[in-house]
Design a binder for this molecule. Structure first.
Ligand SMILES: Cc1cc2nc3c(=O)[nH]c(=O)nc-3n(C[C@H](O)[C@H](O)[C@H](O)COP(=O)(O)OP(=O)(O)OC[C@H]3O[C@@H](n4cnc5c(N)ncnc54)[C@H](O)[C@@H]3O)c2cc1C
Length: 485
């Protein structure tokens, strides 16, 4: 028997004239919820328009690997137009959604040309997700680096390598450290801290032999007393122990009150040096959504009923991070995938004149990785996993859950080169981009004169300048004038 190869077979694209009279479904946002809503509508007699500001869908769970140079940016993104391979009744349209008018059933779209364009719909799935929030923390928007999108992950990666190059020029005569502070001890914060710690242990001394690996200091700052609140105590403790074993400093029980160019201020008044502050704390619904005239819960999510229909607005559904059920689901990939599919099925049922089914969530478990051979997974029925077993499960799930064969193969191959072998056989080759350490050095000198390399090396941010000045005096004989470029 000949086995059909799924990636070699394709359905024909529906010519534009076909289906012109079919109801029009607009899906706002091509993330987990939106992309899975599209695929769930492949056999429905509807025309689907998928709108997103980006031409790609991002697999956020592996963004931290992009930020730490383990994966290529294209490994974690998929061209949304590629969905029409499987869903011939879908068209993609790039644009920035400015608003929704549910009374007139139109979506207002900024497409870069003059004026705002309006698109009419019969059914709408709002799936534009959430965004980073700084909780009004002074200096955070200016100085901290968020990690919600691919371009933000790339900015972090380029900054890390620019700062490493800058620091490496001063190695041997500077007391300064390269401090990376990660604000937020949820999965994103833990994963990025673990990846940086792995990089320091496995690769830093090979790639930067002139630097002491201890120069790179990684600290996780968490307002609560424990990391990873979505996991049970045993696994929270495991994650904290693993991070500490890998040399990551944990500052638990304190929130960040302010962020500066080279420091963060905690709510007890203490000041920590931070050359790169990564913001991995909290998400919120975009403020513009409050102007769309749709009901929102106290966290800004759109209030939906048991069918995921926005309350009081027939034909308008919400899915993913933006959907707020009476008993809200966590803002994670699985709820987004399942609500996206369910909203699409409800529309397909309406169009076909069949009864809709109430949405019911199937909990498939939660996972987080700490680093090489260390991950945690809590899976209903199977129970909990940690260590190498948890890590193998984490790798398997993250590779198979990606949309796109190219993505799956590229991620598998790159993760094998990153993690395969032992420390003795490992051949580091990080995915680097635009590294501009000259610019980084100029900005550093402008913004942090109190920590200039050379004569003032070791001096720290204004709050703890006294201790650091002492340290600098001790090492004064070894220091040289700052390098000019
Ligand atoms: C760094 C990071 C790591 C994560 N790790 C995990 C993990 O390990 N496991 C897990 O389960 N979950 C994880 N999550 C959470 C998970 O990614 C989200 O819950 C999920 O992406 C939500 O899907 P969504 O479709 O609702 O929104 P998104 O996936 O965010 O998609 C929203 C889409 O809407 C588009 N959009 C938004 N506004 C507009 C507009 N005005 N106009 C046009 N387009 C617009 C965006 O470009 C985007 O493509 C992580 C999130 C982040 C940021």
């Amino acid at each position: 028997m000949v086995m059909p190869l799924p990636f070699l077979t394709r359905r024909p694209t529906v010519p534009a004239k076909d289906g012109a009279s079919w109801p029009h479904v607009i899906i706002l946002g091509g993330g987990f919820a939106g992309a899975h809503a599209v695929t769930a509508l492949r056999d429905a007699r509807v025309r689907v328009t998928l709108i997103d500001r980006n031409v790609y869908k991002t697999f956020q769970p592996l963004l931290y690997q992009v930020a730490t140079a383990g994966l290529n940016p294209g490994d974690v993104t998929m061209f949304l137009r590629g969905l029409s391979l499987k869903v011939p009744n879908m068209r993609y349209r790039q644009g920035e959604v400015e608003g929704v008018d549910p009374e007139r059933k139109v979506v207002r779209l900024d497409e870069g040309q003059k004026g705002i364009h309006e698109l009419s719909y019969d059914y709408l799935i709002v799936a534009n997700g959430a965004t980073t929030t700084y909780f009004g923390t002074p200096g955070a928007e200016e100085h901290a680096m968020p990690m919600y999108t691919r371009s933000q992950a790339l900015s972090i990666r380029d900054r890390i390598f620019s700062e490493l190059e800058r620091s490496s020029r001063e190695a041997g005569f500077s007391h300064d450290r390269l401090h990376v502070c990660i604000v937020g001890g949820g999965p994103t914060g833990v994963e990025i801290a673990g990846a940086l710690a792995d990089f320091r242990m496995q690769e830093l001394d090979i790639l930067y032999p002139e630097m002491d690996p201890g120069t790179l200091q990684v600290t996780v700052l968490q307002r609560g007393d424990e990391l990873l609140k979505e996991f049970s105590d045993k696994y929270r403790q495991y994650a904290a122990d693993e991070l500490r074993d890998r040399g990551v400093q944990l500052r638990l029980g304190h929130g960040v009150k302010e962020v500066g160019y080279d420091h963060v201020v905690l709510d007890d008044g203490s000041i920590l040096e931070s050359d790169i502050t990564i913001w991995a704390a909290g998400v919120a619904i975009p403020e513009a959504v409050s102007e769309w005239g749709l009901p929102q819960d106290r966290r800004g999510r759109l209030s939906v009923d048991d069918y995921l229909q926005v309350k009081g607005f027939p034909g308008v559904y919400a899915a993913g991070d933006i959907a707020g059920q009476d008993d809200p689901l966590p803002q994670l990939a699985q709820p987004a995938i399942q609500t996206g599919q369910a909203a699409a099925r409800a529309i397909a049922a309406e169009v076909a004149g069949k009864p809709r089914k109430k949405f019911s969530y199937t909990n498939l478990g939660t996972m987080a990785t700490i680093g090489r051979h260390a991950a945690i997974a809590e899976i209903p029925v199977l129970g909990g996993l940690s260590g190498s077993l948890g890590w193998a499960a984490w790798l398997g799930v993250h590779i198979t859950k990606m949309i796109g064969h190219r993505n799956q193969r590229a991620v598998a191959m790159n993760l094998v080169s990153l993690y395969g072998g032992t420390r003795a056989t490992h051949q580091p080759n990080p995915v680097v981009g635009e590294v501009n350490s000259l610019r980084a050095a100029r900005i550093f000198e402008e913004q942090a004169p109190h920590r200039l390399f050379g004569a003032n090396a070791g001096a720290t941010c204004p709050g703890n300048a006294v201790d650091a000045a002492d340290e600098a005096d001790e090492g004064a004989a070894d220091v040289a004038e700052p390098t000019q470029d």
